[in-house]
Write a protein that binds this ligand. Structure first.
Ligand SMILES: [Zn+2]
Length: 247
């Protein structure tokens, strides 16, 4: 969908910014990583240097590359870095399309840490406030015409720590979509019942006035669900591994 919006609006790579805490997210967002500037995970994104838009942004990239992945693992970059980097890029470059993927809630959820999970949600909220203040402040410099998506993973199952068990609550998903193409609350456009992650792309496609083929229907929906299932499986395996008592 990002690729289609890019073609539709004839955007340059620097006008399409993707910032994510979780590295593999970048692959889910675009099929053409060269057509966007991407910083995903602590060291991921071939174009991450494009985010060195001012001194503080360069420091954030450096600090995050050596910071602990906690609450995540591997190349995970804690949300505080991704959120700050996205805001610097937005204010300095005024991209036409910005996608931010946060993940601390998912990571604290897997750790079974409800208190930190709630704290992460509060930080998400603070970030959204900063984001909207920035868009308002730069309203005559692309703030009004920018398309912005914020994605924050999805719900938990009844046991809280994991998801993907088939429990409907783990399929619930939240997304923020802002921009001139968003003409009202997005109508649900998926086909699954209850609504799940597989409905996200078709719903956003409807909100942006794109045709609803591909990800949302037929084979596309099946593929989205398959990816979701594989990710859930990978999540669970890695957490089971980590939670094994050591020594
Ligand atoms: Zn997860």
């Amino acid at each position: 969908m990002v690729d289609e919006l890019k073609t539709l609006e004839n955007l340059a790579a620097k006008d399409v910014a993707i910032v994510a805490s979780w590295g593999p997210m970048a692959h889910a967002v675009t099929r053409h990583p060269c057509g966007a500037v991407i910083s995903a995970g602590r060291t991921g994104g071939a174009s991450r240097d494009a985010f060195r838009v001012n001194r503080r942004a360069s420091e954030i990239l450096r600090e995050s590359s050596v910071a602990a992945a906690y609450p995540g693992w591997g190349d995970y970059r804690p949300d505080r870095f991704a959120a700050a980097l996205a805001l610097h890029y937005l204010r300095e470059v005024a991209p036409r399309l910005l996608v931010v993927g946060l993940g601390d809630t998912d990571e604290y959820g897997h750790r079974g840490n409800y208190e930190k999970y709630v704290e992460s949600l509060q930080r998400f909220d603070a970030f959204l406030g900063d984001l909207f203040r920035s868009l308002e402040h730069m309203r005559n410099r692309g703030g009004r015409t920018a398309s912005v998506f914020v994605l924050t993973d999805h719900g938990r199952d009844a046991g809280f720590a994991h998801h993907g068990s088939g429990d409907p609550s783990s399929s619930r998903v939240w997304v923020l979509a802002h921009g001139p193409r968003i003409v009202g609350p997005a109508r649900r456009a998926g086909r699954a019942n209850p609504m799940s992650l597989g409905d996200l792309a078709p719903t956003l496609r409807t909100a942006f006035g794109l045709t609803t083929h591909g990800e949302g229907e037929g084979e596309g929906e099946g593929e989205a669900k398959k990816r979701e299932r594989m990710r859930d499986q990978a999540d669970r395996e890695r957490w089971l591994k980590m939670e094994k008592p050591r020594g």
